[in-house]
Design a protein around this ligand. Structure first.
Ligand code: SF4
Ligand code: FES
Length: 239
């Protein structure tokens, strides 16, 4: 069963951030007027207006985190490019979700992720990451990456799912799902910058940690770094 079903979100659209209730605020998204409850994110309002903003760390079953920087938008009267998942709507706000500059910025973000993602899993792969690549027209990257996570060991200790750190973009969705959906707190992000990584328990194999195998992390992972073993025949291998 999908988490969206468990959470009674029957709509197939992922609104990016959870729904809010309360007085309504009206704004424009790419010139189109849309009204959403106060406290909603710009990303949520854009989804209501059926303007899809690329995203990786956001999903409507979890509170926004704002780490991947893919969902940038332009807001009239504001400088810079705020993340739409963590920016809250206000009355009369005018948002642009598409422009050449935004396209360029999003492409740059995805190219960086792609430079540290197993090349053999890019073509034909299916995940939200692959969808975002397609949405932004990214098929290759210009980097000659000196350091990558591509030789990291796969944790296949859990009988139902495995964790392939080479595909992890440290978006924190699994950590938030573990906390917010399951209330287990089995996962954390350890380290900083390039060295940051997802750790189960006290940095131990998933099956030896407090993980209760609920599958919330697997369900929410946008890259299939956490993935059900049943999807693979025999031994897991990249590509
Ligand atoms: S394992 Fe998946 S959900 Fe967790 S941080 Fe990595 S990419 Fe995100
Ligand atoms: S989706 Fe908004 S920062 Fe990641």
């Amino acid at each position: 069963m999908l988490w969206s079903e468990l959470r009674d979100l029957k709509d197939e659209i992922d609104y990016g951030t959870p729904p809010r209730a309360g007085p309504v605020v009206t704004l424009t998204i790419d010139g189109q007027s849309v009204s959403v409850p106060q406290g909603s994110s710009v990303m949520f309002a854009a989804a209501q207006a059926r303007q899809s903003i690329p995203k990786l760390c956001a999903t409507d079953t979890l509170e926004a985190w704002g780490s991947c920087r893919l969902c940038l938008v332009e807001i009239e009267g504001r400088s810079g490019f705020p993340a739409s998942c963590t920016t809250i709507v206000s009355e009369g706000m005018a948002v642009r979700t598409q422009s050449e500059k935004l396209q360029q910025l999003r492409k740059g973000v995805l190219e960086l992720y792609l430079s540290d993602f197993p090349a053999e899993d890019v073509e034909g792969g299916w995940s939200e990451f692959h969808e975002a690549l397609a949405q932004c027209g990214v098929t290759s990257h210009p980097y000659d990456a000196i350091e990558t996570h591509l030789d990291s060991d796969v944790d296949a200790s859990n009988p139902y799912f495995l964790f392939d750190p080479a595909k992890c973009i440290v978006c924190n969705r699994c950590v938030r799902a573990c906390e917010e959906i399951q209330g287990t707190f089995a996962l954390t992000v350890q380290g900083r910058g390039f060295d940051s990584k997802i750790a189960a328990g006290m940095d131990e194999p998933f099956f030896e940690s407090e993980c209760v195998s609920c599958g919330a992390c697997v369900q929410t992972c946008p890259t299939q770094a956490l993935v059900e073993k049943s999807l693979f025949e025999g031994e897991y291998s990249r590509g």
